[in-house]
Write a protein that binds this ligand. Sequence first.
Ligand code: SF4
Length: 100
Amino acid sequence: MLAEWKVATAQEEQDWTSARCRDGASTMTALFFSEQIDDIARAKAICQLCPLRGLCLEGALRRREPWGVWGGQLFLNGKILPQKRKRGRPPKNPQVAQSA
Ligand code: SF4
């Protein structure tokens, strides 16, 4: 069991070298964890051309990422937010907002 885990981890480390958000200097971190709608859209656009998008999204769902853009999706409290709304605007469906 432990050997399987080590193989999977080594494979994942090798794969992440081609991530589009990985520039070696973490210059895109603010973009991927921004609350600004324009920044979130830019981060999602970067993800669209990433060869690791499926793997990234799967991992973010499994880890229940609390925040940020992962695999082309915006996460909040471990769930995908379909759309970030501007501040001050009430949610269209309050029940959906409470479950996010
Ligand atoms: S899909 Fe994941 S690895 Fe690829 S650019 Fe987006 S956040 Fe980075």
